[in-house]
Design a protein around this ligand. Structure first.
Ligand code: C2E
Ligand code: MG
Ligand code: MG
Length: 591
């Protein structure tokens, strides 16, 4: 009995229905190739259904033309946009050449989904039953399977997105959710919520002198002590590095937060024994209380942070509660906003460029434009330091338009200088996307520069695509009509319904860098990346992995058949001149 790849629903239909519909079934030569079968099926409109047979050739299911076309509808519509048809897609060597996952016919959809996730899913030609040597046996509708995989992958992504991988406690995202919830409850019940930031003192020294594995174990041990010093209803979270936060729920009195802070400090007094080393560590704590110090969550966080820095400045191993005198940070914030307004007028922004490399050919195929702010006093600022502020103040709209215009002009300049065409990726923020005239602005800017719209790619975030329902679909369609390419940035962090991928005219997914970091040591991340790549392939989307820093990460991505990569491993973002110099060096090296 030959083994075969089975992707589909294992349920056998009633034998009567098999007989009843048998006359509609395509007569297919037993050893026809997958591609030949499809070609016959699609070119002959009289053929109503494709049979699914088991290894002995017995019919086990039937796929009707309509459901088949619905499933593959997206790749077909892509033809209109100059994308691959499903037939081209299937003849792709990567897909045909990859190793099938071999299971028994009786395996349930559930089991197949798990096997595919565990194996890292080489491909998801959902619905095809192909023998080990690539011969077609039958077709099954893979919708169930796709949904099941999506559901499981979402559960994994949810965990990754909400919990700290090292210590297992909630991360920043889940912490903010819980904080918001707790404050809402407190407002209703008239109670208080304590917010405490905990930053370890001189943790870096431990890492530098004893190594990361000791540092990691110490962080886990610290988390245990933090958890032991608060109540079960309180949340201990890791915000990153050696920073933690504690949510003290339903406090009766402000003093209770101080009592908790003293307990936390006391809990760290005894030494830790880690891999034979006796270690002493202290922490600096900052406290802010809702609603006493602020009723706005964002400002409350800033205030706890400010108090924590004050504790550090005053000699560490101490806690500070927020007081009005400590408002240095919010002042800073205000002056930066004033500066940002004039920055737009004074043209203080610069674009840096980072290459995107095709992994199969090694060629640079695209470039991402990343904005920087040349601040007259503070020097070069990164987006992390001002994009949030630009979004809050609405200034992101003129800044975003400037970025797009500048990026288009750069494409034009490179073409004029004789460089081979590169696709230019430009980030779009949610507020820009929501502007009623967004599409016409994009079109006007591109027209003005005279570049081909299809060499401009707009990077949208998952949240843009998720949050605004049907209006989004219309805007995306309008953008496709202009001819620009559309990518989803930081893919995998939004972990919301992936169904939109099938409905929306997206061209490319950019896998978020958090899945790439240390992928060679993180099987779960590798499995997710493989699943995302397979998902992208089955929907005929391009795929780029972001944030590749090391050769080891790159090697894993190559085995996952990732198409394109971007990251410090190739080049840190540079201004146009530096980028072009690098490009020439890179080309001459790869010849
Ligand atoms: P993004 O669009 O996901 O851009 C990738 C970020 O990762 C860039 O940071 C890039 O410098 C950084 N990066 C690239 N390779 C590596 C790597 O190997 N390792 C590490 N650790 N980082 C790497 P950057 O330039 O600081 O930009 C940060 C974010 O700011 C961008 O994330 C994007 O969301 C936003 N941004 C940048 N430019 C613009 C813009 O013009 N408009 C808008 N709305 N947002 C922008
Ligand atoms: Mg981006
Ligand atoms: Mg990104």
């Amino acid at each position: 009995m030959s083994k075969f790849l089975y992707l589909g629903n294992g349920a056998k239909p009633e034998s009567a229905s098999v007989v009843k519909v048998h006359r509609y079934v395509t007569p297919v030569a037993k050893d026809a190739s997958c591609l030949a079968v499809l070609e016959t099926f699609f070119s002959n409109h009289e053929l109503y259904a494709l049979p699914v047979t088991d290894a002995e050739g017995m019919p086990v299911a039937l796929v009707e033309r309509q459901s088949f076309i619905e499933f593959f509808g997206q790749p077909f519509t892509r033809e209109v946009h100059g994308k691959k048809t499903i037939l081209e897609f299937l003849s792709n060597e990567l897909i045909m050449g990859s190793t099938p996952i071999i299971v028994d016919v009786s395996t349930s959809t559930d089991d197949v989904a798990q096997i595919i996730i565990d194996k890292g899913m080489q491909h998801m030609v959902s619905g095809f039953i192909v023998t080990e040597d690539g011969r077609y046996i039958g077709v099954a509708n893979g919708n169930n399977l796709l949904d099941e995989i999506t559901r499981r992958k979402q559960a994994e992504l949810y965990y990754l997105a909400h919990y700290d991988q090292l210590t297992g406690v909630p991360n920043r995202m889940l912490f903010s959710d819980r904080l918001t919830q707790a404050c809402r409850e407190a407002a209703r019940k008239n109670t208080l919520v304590g917010l405490m930031f905990v930053d370890l003192d001189r943790f870096k020294q431990v890492n530098d002198s004893l190594g990361h594995s000791v540092g990691d174990l110490l962080l886990c041990a610290v988390v245990d002590r933090l958890k032991d010093s608060v109540r079960d209803c309180d949340t201990v979270a890791r915000l990153g590095g050696d920073e933690f936060a504690i949510l003290l729920d339903e406090l009766k009195d402000v003093v209770d937060a101080e009592i908790a802070a003293r307990r936390v400090i006391a809990s760290l007094q005894h030494p830790f024994t880690i891999m034979g080393h006796e270690l002493f560590i202290t922490a600096s704590l900052g406290i802010a209380v809702y609603p006493k110090d602020d009723s706005d969550i964002g400002r409350l966080l800033t205030k706890a942070d400010t108090a924590m820095y004050e504790a550090k400045r005053n000699g560490r191993n101490a806690y500070r509660t927020y007081t009005a005198g400590l408002s240095i940070y919010s002042l800073d914030h205000l002056s930066l906003e004033t500066d940002l307004r004039s920055a737009v007028e004074n043209d203080e922004f610069v674009l840096f460029y980072q290459p995107q490399v095709n992994l199969a050919t090694g060629q640079v195929v695209g470039v991402e434009a990343l904005v920087r702010w040349q601040h007259p006093q503070r020097g070069l600022l990164s987006p992390a330091q001002f994009i949030g502020l630009a979004e809050e103040s609405g200034l992101i709209v003129p800044i975003g338009n400037w970025v797009l215009r500048k990026a288009c002009q750069q494409v034009r300049a490179w073409i004029d200088a004789g460089l081979p065409p590169l696709r230019m990726a430009v980030n779009v923020s949610s507020l820009q996307f929501q502007q009623v005239n967004f599409c016409s602005t994009v079109k006007a800017i591109i027209d003005e520069s005279g570049v081909d719209p299809d060499c401009i790619e707009l990077e949208l975030t998952e949240s843009i695509v998720m949050h605004h329902g049907t209006l989004v679909l219309e805007t995306l369609r309008e953008l496709k009509q202009i001819g620009v390419m559309l990518a989803i940035d930081d893919f995998g962090t939004g972990f919301s319904s992936l169904n939109y991928l099938r409905r929306f005219p997206i061209d490319c997914l950019k896998i978020d860098q958090s899945f790439i970091r240390g992928i060679e040591k993180m099987p779960v991340n590798e499995a997710i990346v493989r699943a995302i790549i397979a998902l992208a392939q089955s929907l005929s989307l391009e795929i780029i992995a972001e944030g590749i820093e090391t050769a080891a990460e790159l090697a894993v991505l190559k085995t996952c058949h990732c198409q394109q990569a971007q990251g410090y491993h190739y080049l840190r973002p540079l201004p146009a001149d530096g980028f072009v110099d690098w490009l020439f060096d890179y080309r001459s090296m790869s010849v």
